[in-house]
Design a protein around this ligand. Structure first.
Ligand code: NAG
Ligand code: NAG
Ligand code: NAG
Ligand code: NAG
Ligand code: NAG
Ligand code: NAG
Ligand code: NAG
Ligand code: NAG
Ligand code: NAG
Length: 890
């Protein structure tokens, strides 16, 4: 049993260094080892540690910051030389070591922290230890009053450099005495399903008192002898044991073993997690070799049990040859109490035996490192300008709280490596030319080098940087002429004033003083004017046409009588009814903005979707109420309807009609989408959602603004009828006199009306904007935001394609040959008009409906348009084709 792992850790540390082991230093290969005596003088030559023969050197080349100190003399005598010096970090929050490693190789990484009253204050510090962007451990040197600790992990670095960072947490300056890296011999050992391994214990079972490490262990693992003389007897051999199975423990470790004293008793070992949660996951590696010469009539056979579960039944160790037993999956212990037992089988004539074992806990390393190319590029820039910013250490982008000063990144929390999108080096006293390393920051959108003392020309490579949108070079001493390619680059804003010697020898410069802003804004304005003119004409024309064709289309504003009926249809449920209807929340349909959505059944036949408000959501209650109030008021076949709700203390739930076919977004990536797309473009959007929207805007008094129109909020029922869902953000706005309402901005990035975002003024045209994005999504079948695209935002991207005349690229290639280009173009134009930066210039939802109606009529009349669709008879997409129904009234 282990009482005090941290104290043991220190004991181990002392044992390592006090081992009575008389070593014979063999000429072992230390290839790839990094052994740093942290805080030793920068001019000190590498030296060999007396006990291990390992070559230690100063840490000077591996860390840019920190100061050096020394443990007190009386403490010095307890430790070998590499421990005497230390480095402490009085400045900055995060200070990092950067170590070159071989990609794909597993490493044993060990750091040692001994306070040794180096500052004479006698106060043990505490700090956080990070590996790359991830927290490894909170080090508290005062915890057990020992002032010393070591941390060891087995880890496979993802990139060619490894960052070990110490983070000041406000409890003293972080310190470090030694840092060691040992590549493991075999990459396919110590495997985990995920994460890395943190040393918990590594024992060999022997009465010897010798701690074994390098050079006996070629990977410099430290093996501590362990022996319980009350329970065990020792077995040893003078014969050689074959230890090469990838793990390759030292010969000395495998040449002894323990067996139970009483021949029929089990061999067992127990431990408890004290500092880690009882649910800690771990891996155990048990090393066995038969080291007795067995007679023909003797057998040794036993079962191996971990926490009472058989890991291996009827196991017999191999004679004089190692075998390592381990699990593929991480294990857990009951209430944090862990046991290993070896139980002799009935066939066995000898008791169980074990030579050594290792126990590691699993550490999660969830955050990805910044994309390597970006890291290399930013470091080369840092070198070029000899920038010494204290925050420029460790990973540039992650974790977000240690983001480098002057940078912005994308994907800081996503499943893809973060990328650098913004670099601000203004007023940084930069000298020399514009660093060529900048061109390797290929994801950069904005570059600010203003107010420095940069000289030389403006490099051509800036024009080749695809994602760059803004370059600010103002206030430098740049000279020469600006490259043509840069001046002519579309969508780029170049600010270059305040460079007296910079020449712009191009007619493009003639009529503008600052950058190329003007040029770029002309094109989109022209485009949108054209679109508007065309659209205005088309709208006027079709408006007339539609009036003629559908003379009895009801004005949805005429008052109806169904309001009360609807309200009584909506039912209030108790929480226990909700539990019953969802069969105790058995089937999850999805996850909404503020809670999970479950499948349920009402009256044992009617299928429903139950959205449960999670307790942790504070914003949720307001939105919950907004949604209940709205859906009690409105009812329309193109709005997902409310079957009931539950409002019982903390338990809030909304019960909707069940939409069997999920949301529109899912279908866009699905294999049938091409059969749905054209009909959806003209039919479903027309026949369903916009009408739902038009209804909210025009059919309700006061009008409603949905505020979160997007493809994931357009749900499809079993007949593929689309309905608008999720009214949590919706707002009503005053009718007479006022045209907008000022609110806190809400919505989804990519769909959010930029005018509303800028001004906080909400009007129904914000929904029109979002709907325009939905239309573009349907036409292009492209994500709304895609960082890998020339222009991440779909609206900007389509705009750019239109300007460049690259029209073919816009339409989903799957559609080729099966659409009327005229009607698709009308749809693109309609979408673009919905995206007009000025809300006043966007069409109303009624106009959108009218236009799509025409488009539908046209597609409907075309022969052969929907061949594919009809052949796919299982999808009843043509259900509502062309049928117009009068909406219900609020
Ligand atoms: C790490 O590797 C880079 C090149 O890959 C080299 O320039 C640098 O000097 C190395 N650093 C150390 C400390 O060896
Ligand atoms: C481990 O794997 C990496 C990459 O696969 C390889 O470069 C390295 O040499 C391997 N190391 C050993 C010791 O096999
Ligand atoms: C191993 O060798 C030592 C001395 O060489 C001897 O005293 C000891 O008995 C031997 N042990 C075994 C198990 O043969
Ligand atoms: C690495 O270890 C595995 C088993 O753990 C073994 O099968 C393999 O042969 C070893 N590879 C090398 C190069 O030693
Ligand atoms: C461990 O083995 C001893 C006998 O060697 C036995 O008395 C004890 O109950 C066992 N403990 C556990 C947890 O199995
Ligand atoms: C095995 O055989 C030897 C004689 O060869 C005998 O002395 C010993 O008792 C036997 N052991 C067992 C477990 O039967
Ligand atoms: C686990 O260990 C703790 C303390 O060591 C003890 O109080 C508890 O009863 C143990 N639980 C089990 C299931 O053995
Ligand atoms: C940019 O990256 C390439 C390839 O990664 C490299 O060869 C080149 O030296 C880098 N350029 C600069 C200026 O760092
Ligand atoms: C900029 O550099 C030039 C030439 O090295 C020097 O004469 C000038 O004083 C510098 N200006 C500033 C503001 O540092």
């Amino acid at each position: 049993m282990e009482a005090n792992p941290q104290a043991l850790r220190l004991c181990v540390l002392i044992c390592i260094n006090f081992s009575s082991f008389l070593h014979i230093i063999e000429a072992q290969d230390q290839n790839g080892f990094i052994s740093l005596d942290c805080g030793s003088p920068p001019n000190e030559h590498p030296y060999n540690d007396v006990q291990t023969g390992l070559t230690f050197s100063t840490d000077n080349a591996f860390v840019q910051t920190g100061k050096t100190g020394k443990v007190q003399e009386e403490i010095e005598s307890l430790f070998p030389k590499p421990v005497w010096n230390l480095r402490y970090f009085p400045d900055g929050i995060r200070n990092c070591y950067t170590l070159n490693v071989t990609q794909g190789t597993k490493y044993l990484i060990r750091a040692l922290f001994v306070y040794g009253n180096y500052d004479g204050l006698n106060e043990y510090p505490g700090f956080d230890l990070y590996i790359g962007p991830n927290l490894l451990e909170t080090i508290n040197l005062g915890l057990w009053g020992t002032g010393g600790m070591f941390e060891e992990i087995i880890h496979k670095p993802i990139s060619k450099s490894l960052q070990v960072c110490l983070v000041n947490t406000g409890t003293g300056y972080p310190i470090i005495n030694t840092l060691e890296l040992r590549p493991l011999e075999n990459n396919s050992t110590y495997n985990t399903q995920s994460g890395s391994l943190r040393h918990f214990r590594r024992n060999y079972f022997s009465t010897a008192s010798r701690t074994v490490r390098y050079p006996s262990d070629v990977s410099d693992r430290v093996w501590i002898p362990n022996f319980d003389e009350k329970k065990w007897t020792e077995v040893t051999t003078n014969l050689s044991v074959n230890t090469s199975n990838g793990y390759n423990p030292p010969q000395f470790v495998m040449a002894s073993a323990s067996t139970p004293i009483s021949a029929f008793a089990p061999w067992n070992f127990t431990w408890t997690w004290l500092l880690t949660p009882s649910t800690t996951q771990f891996y155990i590696y048990m090393h066995f070799a038969e080291i007795q010469s067995l007679q023909a009539n003797e057998t040794r056979e036993f079962s191996v049990l971990v926490n009472g579960d058989p890991m291996y039944e009827r196991y017999s160790p191999k004679p004089f040859s190692i075998e390592t037993l381990s699990y593929f999956t991480p294990q857990q212990c009951d209430q944090g109490n862990c046991t290993v037992e070896l139980l002799r089988t009935s066939k066995s004539t000898l008791p169980p035996l074990i030579n050594a074992f290792e126990i590691y806990t699993v550490i999660d390393l969830p955050l990805l490192e910044t994309k390597q190319d970006d890291v290399l590029a930013i470091k080369s820039i840092q070198n070029t300008y000899s920038l010494s910013r204290i925050s420029w250490q460790g990973d540039p982008c992650v974790p977000i709280e240690f983001l480098w000063d002057g940078l912005n990144c994308a994907n800081s929390n996503a499943s893809e490596p973060p990328i650098i999108t913004y670099l601000n080096l203004s007023s940084s006293q930069l000298k020399g030319i514009i660093a060529p390393g900048i061109q390797n920051l290929t994801n950069l959108k904005e570059l600010d080098l203003s107010n420095n003392n940069l000289t030389g020309g403006v490099p051509e490579f800036l024009a080749g940087m695809k994602s760059l949108l803004v370059i600010n070079l103002s206030g430098n001493n740049l000279n020469g002429s600006i490259p043509q390619a840069l001046l002519r680059k579309k969508g780029l804003k170049l600010i270059r004033d305040g460079n007296p010697d910079l020449i712009c020898a191009d007619e493009l410069c003639a009529n503008k003083s600052v950058g190329s802003k003007k040029k770029n804004s002309v094109v989109p304005v022209v485009v949108s004017v054209v679109v508007l003119v065309v659209l205005g004409f088309a709208l006027a024309f079709f408006f007339v046409l539609r009036k003629k064709r559908t003379p009895n289309s009801a004005d949805p504003r005429t008052t109806g009588s169904s309001v009360l009926a609807i309200m009584t249809k909506n039912r209030r449920f108790t929480y226990s009814e909700v539990v019953t209807m969802t069969n105790n929340f058995e089937r999850i349909l999805g996850k909404g903005g503020f809670g999970m959505v479950y499948h349920g059944t009402v009256n044992s036949t009617e299928q429903v979707a139950v959205k449960l408000l999670s307790h942790s959501s504070s914003q949720g209650y307001k939105e919950f109420k907004a949604e209940v109030e709205l859906l009690l008021r409105v009812h329309h076949k193109n709005l997902v309807s409310l079957v009931g709700y539950c409002d019982e203390g903390e338990n809030l739930a909304l019960i909707y009609e069940y939409m069997a076919n999920g949301d529109l977004r899912e279908h866009m990536s699905g294999k049938y989408y091409e059969f749905l797309q054209i009909p959806y473009l003209c039919m479903v959007t027309y026949e369903n959602c916009p009408i739902g929207l038009e209804y909210l805007h025009n059919g309700c008094k006061p009008p409603m603004i949905h505020r979160d129109v997007k493809t994931t909020n357009i749900l499809l029922n079993e007949h593929f009828q689309a309905k608008l869902a999720d009214f949590g953000l919706s707002r009503s706005f005053p009718v007479e006199g006022e045209t907008h309402v000022s609110t806190v901005v809400a919505g989804t990035p990519g769909y959010l009306d930029p005018e509303y975002y800028r001004t906080n003024w909400l009007n129904e045209k914000s929904d029109v904007y979002s709907f325009g994005i939905v239309l573009l999504e349907i036409i292009t079948n492209q994500p709304v935001i895609n960082q890998n695209r020339e222009n991440p935002y779909i609206a900007e991207w389509v705009g750019l394609m239109l300007r460049e005349g690259d029209i073919q690229k816009i339409v989903d290639p799957k559609l080729h040959g099966d659409y009327d280009s005229g009607s698709v173009w009308r749809a693109v134009e309609l979408a673009m008009s919905c995206l007009n930066p000025l809300s006043a210039r966007r069409p109303t939802m009624s106009q959108v409906v009218t236009e799509l109606n025409e488009c539908l009529a046209y597609e409907n009349s075309r022969e052969g348009t929907s061949q594919n669709m009809n052949s796919q008879s299982s999808i009843e997409v043509s259900m509502n084709f062309g049928i117009r129904t009068t909406p219900d009234v609020c």
